[in-house]
Design a protein around this ligand. Structure first.
Ligand code: GAP
Length: 580
């Protein structure tokens, strides 16, 4: 069984995730999180909130998942959010053309998405690619662009088209004017959103890795590109496993380990803000349970960059020999805010007040239309507009006796005295700045998949094979399993009382009194419960319980009244089991 199949089987059996609507045959690309999975997801989201909202001091919003068409016209998703699709003429199945090229036997192509369609079509012939569903040859079949957005109509009728958002980011960008007010118009400030995003993927695959409905946790950090610098000193010593474009193109393809400071100083990570967030995130991945020996930051190849990004690094995790993108760190420049300003007509800038007002020289014109009209006829108005633009662009053009202007390809010579050109001194209190955006964008479902895959362990306990999930206590859906040794002699009552007390103390508790104690341990091991507490006959005698740690299977006895406090300290990483 592959690593992925093994995980999917465990996930379904133990209530982490399963394909949705299974009674109706299931729908590819949609998953339901079961009781364990829903709590695991909540734990990862709350660890994210703790790191990126609370500790970084950013705001959080929660916007709708359906947005009007105008938003996606402005963002570029309506025109540019496409994948390459090829349809089998025999069975009618659609496939992602770039993926078939990359996966073809003998293929050396790593980034087919970046190639023009005509080249990908040629590669189908070169590699003799067949339909993976029915085996029919696909060479010569046309490849088209397929837009990944799910469309809908807002309200009855079709006059108001809308789309399910393909990224939570747009919900932040469209509200920028109001969000800037909340931030008192002071850059830099960051806005986060955790929520569902939708993409009508051509070929959903690998369980949670490529789905049609998924959860993103995104941060849009708005900065003044001229002035704002990240607090790099906070993370400068963090060592980053980097896989830059240069290394990807080199023969040996080795990764490079550099501290955040070295990566910036050596120009490997060109933007210090991106470097800052790579540094912040590394500790966070470790905290939620990503195996850092199966982790890297990979820079996007030039053809791979999204339509809005000028530099992008992905955090990638290794599962079953494949590298999976779990987060994109993109420098989006002013792309989004400038587009929304242009399309909506609203002001998407921030007014930056100077410490002291400054005096500047401002060239202006006041064309004498009573002279321009008779001389240039119908072109006079356009000439006056061009003179105004020219004064701002190139005031030196007004130095002579005449000035040359071009309107609709025609050249005109205007006497400077007719332009009313002058240079005024004006006092300015500040300026309008369109912020740039730095965006770490996390895929929560891929992180869940990674954390489960990396936590999966098998060993032997008391001569029996055991499967367990070595999840960090903070991430594990259940923190403690409480068992009575026997369901008699008052042990069950004591254990139930303990379970109630531990829940009241804020712990996630499972109570289990069915089957042999060893079986109960195995059940908790398989869902990653880090601690189990057993109430036995000694408990009735001396008021102590057995606490057992999942990975080592070590056991120790502690006093009933201390158990809640100790388990909370273990969950929060304030205490280690060995020191109990
Ligand atoms: N706002 C930027 C953005 O959406 P992206 O790289 O397209 O960038 C960000 O997506 C993250 O969302 C990815 O790193 C990945 O973890 C997750 N993601 C994207 N498409 C996904 C899909 N079809 N299924 C599961 N996760 C997905």
């Amino acid at each position: 069984m592959s690593e992925g199949d093994r995980l999917t089987e465990l996930a379904k059996r133990r209530g982490f995730f399963l394909q949705s609507s299974g009674s109706y045959g299931g729908v590819a690309g949609f998953y339901t999180y079961g009781p364990q999975g829903a709590t695991l997801k909540e734990n990862i989201e709350s660890a994210w909130r703790d790191r990126y909202v609370t500790r970084e001091g950013h705001m959080e919003i929660d916007g709708p998942t359906v947005m009007p068409e105008a938003v996606f016209e402005a963002s570029g998703h309506l025109d540019g959010f496409d994948d390459m699709i090829i349809e089998c003429p025999e069975c009618g199945e659609s496939h992602r053309a770039d993926h078939l090229v990359e996966d073809a036997p003998g293929s050396t192509v790593e980034d087919a998405e970046a190639l023009p369609i005509s080249e990908v079509e040629a590669l189908f012939s070169e590699y003799d690619i067949d339909c993976p569903t029915c085996g029919t040859a696909l060479a010569g079949e046309p490849i088209d662009d397929f837009n990944l957005m799910f469309g809908t109509n807002i309200g009855p009728g079709s006059s108001s088209p809308g789309y399910l958002r393909p990224e939570t980011a747009q919900g932040i960008f469209v509200e920028f004017p109001q969000l800037a007010e909340y931030a008192r118009n002071q850059l830099p400030f960051g806005v986060t959103q955790i929520g569902r995003a939708y993409r009508n993927e051509i070929s959903p695959r690998k369980a949670l890795v490529r789905v049609r409905e998924f959860t993103q946790a995104e941060l849009e950090h708005f900065i003044d590109p001229e002035e704002d610098e990240p607090p790099l000193h906070r993370v400068e010593d963090v060592v980053l496993p980097l896989y830059s474009v240069e290394q990807q193109q080199a023969d040996d393809g080795e990764m490079q380990e550099l501290t955040v400071r070295e990566a910036v100083d050596e120009g490997v990570v060109a933007d210090p803000w991106i470097a800052y967030y790579l540094g912040v995130s590394k500790g966070w991945y470790d905290r939620i349970g990503v195996d850092m020996d199966r982790f890297r930051y990979r820079q996007h190849l030039p053809g791979e960059l999204a339509h809005y990004a000028s530099d992008c690094w992905d955090a990638e995790t290794e599962i079953g020999g494949d590298w999976i993108e779990v987060t994109g760190f993109a420098y989006r420049g002013d792309y989004d805010l400038a587009k929304h300003e242009k399309h909506s007509g609203e002001d998407y800038s921030v007014f930056k007040q100077y410490n002291d007002p400054i005096t500047v020289e401002r060239p202006t014109v006041d064309p004498d239309m009573s002279a321009l009209g008779p001389e240039f006829g119908g072109a006079a108005g356009a000439i006056a507009d061009e003179l105004e633009a020219l004064a701002e662009r190139d005031p030196d053009a007004f130095d002579g006796e005449t000035v040359d202007v071009t309107v609709d390809g025609e050249s005109y010579e205007v006497a400077v005295e007719q332009t009313g050109f002058s240079v005024e001194e004006v006092t300015e209190a500040g300026e309008h700045v369109t912020p740039h955006t730095v965006e770490p964008s996390f895929g929560v479902d891929r992180l869940i998949y990674t954390v489960l895959a990396h936590a999966y362990e098998e060993d032997e306990v008391d001569g029996e094979e055991r499967t367990y999930l070595s999840l960090p206590p903070e991430t594990a859906p259940t923190t403690v399993g409480v068992f009575p040794l026997m369901d008699k002699d008052g042990l069950a009552d004591r254990a139930q009382e303990l379970a109630r007390d531990l829940r009241a103390a804020g712990l996630e508790v499972t109570y289990d009194d069915s089957g042999a104690i060893g079986r109960r341990y195995r059940r908790q091991d398989e869902v990653g419960t880090p601690f189990c507490v057993t109430v036995d006959y000694d408990t009735l005698e001396d008021g102590t319980v057995t606490v057992r740690e999942r990975d080592s299977t070590e056991q120790t006895r502690i006093a009933l009244e201390a158990v809640g406090e100790q388990l909370l300290a273990l969950r929060d990483g304030e205490q280690r089991f060995e020191s109990l």
